[in-house]
Design a protein around this ligand. Structure first.
Ligand code: DC
Length: 219
């Protein structure tokens, strides 16, 4: 089974690269962030705080969350509804970061991710894929970039989608999420010891893809 792990902070460019690599290798792309985003959205829909572990515990065991592939693209379904666009909103990003800190959420999502990775060749992107979800995977990368540059990329992405956001807010949220994601006690954002470190600050997406493919071919 081919499993390529791409971990890194928000806006590092890992999803663009993961998609391109999956296409090049003709294997599945699993965006694990989408799963945590759906859990964050569920909190919003239920009107509970994503930080309230007890309340989160009451729904997570039976959450109706499904990842489907439609014409090659990943779609996230929550309670039977396609929420792929809704989960990209900035408020859901913050909820995802908060809800993902609870071990009960991580256990449930990791179980789903391992099941997919075991049965399908795939590229997975996230925060803890190489360090926790698939520690024995052969191909691991830790993708990062300067926080200002990551905020610029996220700002351009949101603006292109018609979201009315301020750069300073996007930057502040990136810094806050970095902190949350790397300081949670259970399975934080961390570079696996055997992951190849890649700083994409001054690289184009094409350069990053070529670098990763090159490293995979070397192995
Ligand atoms: O990659 P993303 O921005 O879509 O992820 C949203 C949030 O989900 C992120 O702030 C932290 C969490 N996450 C995680 O804890 N573990 C993963 N494997 C992927 C995402």
């Amino acid at each position: 089974m081919i499993n390529v792990c791409l971990d890194g902070p928000a806006g590092s460019g890992k999803s663009t690269v993961a998609k391109a690599i999956a296409k090049k290798l003709d294997i599945l792309y699993l965006d694990t962030g989408a799963m945590y985003r759906a859990c964050g959205l569920k909190c919003k829909k239920l009107g509970i705080a994503a930080t309230d572990e007890k309340a989160v515990k009451s729904f997570i065991g039976t959450i109706d969350l499904e990842i489907r592939y439609i014409e090659g693209a990943q779609h996230t379904f929550l309670d039977g509804e396609d929420v792929s666009d809704e989960i990209r909103k900035p408020d859901v990003s913050m909820l995802a970061s908060a809800v993902s800190a609870h071990p009960c959420v991580r256990e449930k999502m990791v179980e789903m991710q391992r099941k997919i990775a075991k049965s399908t060749d795939c590229v997975l992107d996230g925060r803890d894929i190489g360090s926790f979800v698939l520690p024995d995977a052969k191909y691991k990368f830790f993708v990062t970039a300067d926080p200002k540059i990551r905020a610029e990329r996220r700002f351009a992405e949101l603006t292109a989608k018609g979201e009315k956001v301020k750069f300073d807010t996007v930057y502040k949220e990136i810094v806050e999420r970095d902190y949350n994601d790397s300081h949670r006690t259970f399975s934080p954002l961390v570079r696996a010891k055997d992951a190849v470190l890649l700083d994409t600050s001054s690289m184009t997406p094409e350069e990053v893809v070529d670098f990763v493919i090159g490293k995979i071919e070397e192995k």
